[in-house]
Ligand binder design. Sequence first.
Ligand SMILES: [Zn+2]
Length: 71
Amino acid sequence: MPIYEYKCNECGLAFEELVSASSTEAPMCTACKSPNTVKLISACCKQSASSTSGGESYAPPAGGCGSSGFS
Ligand SMILES: [Zn+2]
């Protein structure tokens, strides 16, 4: 299961939550238990800043980033 990052709109805490693919509901804040949380950019879509090889192109895992419009 993927780990998503969420941010609480109540206390501003950013936290990670392990969620199933079928779950679409935002989890409660781990600090204040508020359901007012938003999902941040998936960690799997972050490009590594440590890439030093100029030849090889960056290849994200197929299907690993969900359906966010990449083509
Ligand atoms: Zn909170």
